[in-house]
Write a protein that binds this ligand. Structure first.
Ligand SMILES: Cc1cc2nc3c(=O)[nH]c(=O)nc-3n(C[C@H](O)[C@H](O)[C@H](O)COP(=O)(O)OP(=O)(O)OC[C@H]3O[C@@H](n4cnc5c(N)ncnc54)[C@H](O)[C@@H]3O)c2cc1C
Length: 453
């Protein structure tokens, strides 16, 4: 959709990363306070009947945490159905936009990842062997306002070979026991006769022994509001999320840099500019064999700028879209130290608001599981704010559910986890945590893997 001359993406009305239909969500008409009240006053469901002979898990959310959860359930011999709203593919905040016919290619949320944990390192090695990810060899560093660039060669940085979205897509194409249903926006969870009945706007979507909530934000709060899972709903409600604007821009020529013909980096954390926290040349990052133009750049705002200019992401006023686009391009100019008005004009732009971009607090527990309701949560926010945290969380929940399924006769109470953990603020960059690249603390391996084994 064009707003004020800016191409604007309208992913969802619920300010999360889902692409559910705005009209569907609006039917709820619920305020934050009423969601909280309803969530907490609902009665706890208590499943006591035996599990099916071949239990089936419903995974709601096909971001990287939901995908890893489904894959690790399969490793333990458990079937699942994974539901995702993505129209172009699963992946959630691992988003890649391809614009034909050129093609222009942009990662429009997650940009790259680092590895701080030995078990994640093993997974990344396996992905590298399959050619799904590779080392990002381009120069990345910090760009201080005025055009002062400091490279950060360590730690190693990784990208998905064809763009972030294609990583979950490729992983799911190799499964035998995961049924992917997409695009599908699960709008209701109903416990009945010891099973979970899932539906999409009245259309039945299956019956499951256990469910995994692999998404967050308002969408998850609404889904959990009347589900019979008050403890899970309460933890979800405690999560706070930032907002980030993404401006995708394609230029005919390389971006200029004072004193040299071309910017001396492929990606940079921007310092000292209100509107900008990150910029990356996605053509160089993703289309490495391409020489010459066009040059596709992803610019991401600071969380503070996202907050200042927060609007409903499904209904961005044209004046806000124009102001944000101008503000971010001015930010690029001043970050690069260019004189006012000298930044070349992009021939393509697209603006998107990630209304529920990154978690700003965490319970610091790999996953949450309610054995009475046979329901769990996974996602980045349980451990941090990056791809690594999301992967670890998905794996932890899969292993936990498998242990629960495979321990008949055990006291279900022993499997309760994370239902009462207090939340702590999260440190990191505005676009997530990159251990070794900033001030954030390394995730404790003990904490991350308490449940993974
Ligand atoms: C702008 C931005 C930049 C980032 N940069 C980086 C980075 O450079 N490096 C890094 O490591 N991390 C980065 N991150 C964070 C990273 O993207 C996330 O940590 C990670 O992708 C989270 O994965 P997830 O599976 O937990 O959640 P999500 O990716 O949010 O997945 C949730 C999925 O659930 C789906 N869904 C929601 N509701 C429903 C429903 N009712 N029914 C069915 N499906 C539903 C959504 O469509 C979505 O696909 C960035 C995030 C943003 C927003």
């Amino acid at each position: 959709m064009m707003i004020g001359g800016v191409r604007v993406a309208l992913p969802c009305s619920c300010s999360c990363s889902c692409s559910g239909s705005p009209s569907k969500n609006r039917r709820y008409g619920t305020s934050r306070r009423s969601i909280l009240k309803k969530s907490l006053s609902q009665e706890q469901v208590n499943f006591t009947s035996p599990l099916s002979e071949e239990p089936l898990v419903g995974v709601i959310g096909g971001g990287i945490s939901g995908v890893l959860c489904a894959l690790f359930l399969e490793k333990r011999g458990i079937r699942s159905t994974l539901f995702d709203t993505g129209i172009h593919g699963p992946g959630g905040r691992l988003g890649t936009r391809v614009v034909h016919p050129d093609p222009l290619k942009f990662d429009h949320a997650a940009q790259f990842f680092t590895v701080s944990d030995s078990r994640f390192a093993e997974i990344v090695n396996a992905w590298m062997e399959k050619g799904l990810v590779r080392r990002w060899q381009g120069t990345v560093g910090e760009l201080h306002s005025g055009g002062r660039f400091l490279p950060s060669p360590h730690p190693p940085k990784f990208v998905a070979t064809n763009g972030m979205r294609f990583l979950p897509h490729s992983l799911l194409s190799q499964t035998r026991m995961v049924n992917v249903v997409r695009p599908c926006w699960i709008s209701k969870l109903e416990p009945f006769n010891g099973m979970w009945h899932l539906s999409e706007n009245g259309k039945p979507r299956g019956v499951f022994d256990a469910i995994v909530i692999a998404h967050n934000g308002k969408c998850a709060n609404r889904l959990l509001m009347a589900s019979g899972l008050p403890l899970i709903a309460r933890q979800m409600k405690r999560l706070d999320l930032s907002s980030i604007w993404a401006l995708l821009a394609a230029f005919e020529d390389p971006l200029p840099f004072p004193g040299i013909t071309e910017v001396p980096f492929e990606g940079a954390f921007v310092r000292g500019v209100d509107s900008l926290s990150w910029m990356a040349n996605n053509t160089k990052k993703l289309l490495i064999s391409q020489t010459g133009g066009p040059h596709c750049w992803t610019f991401l705002s600071t969380a503070a700028y996202g907050k200042q200019n927060k609007v409903p992401q499904e209904n961005i006023p044209s004046s806000t879209a124009a102001k944000v686009k101008a503000g971010m391009l001015e930010g690029v100019e001043s970050a690069l130290g260019l004189s006012k008005g000298s930044l070349p004009k992009p021939f393509y732009t697209r603006l998107q608001l990630w209304g529920a971009a990154l978690p700003t607090n965490t319970p610091g527990v790999p996953c949450i599981f309610d054995p009475s309701g046979r329901a769990g949560i996974c996602g980045d926010w349980l451990l941090g704010s990056n791809i690594e945290a999301a992967v670890l969380s998905g794996i932890a929940l899969a292993n936990h559910i498998a242990d629960y399924f495979q321990s008949p006769g055990a006291d279900p109470g022993e499997f309760a986890v994370g239902l009462y953990h207090e939340f702590q603020p999260l440190e990191g960059h505005d676009i997530g945590q990159f251990p070794g690249l900033g001030t954030e603390k390394k995730m404790s391996e003990g904490q991350a893997y308490e449940l993974a084994n």
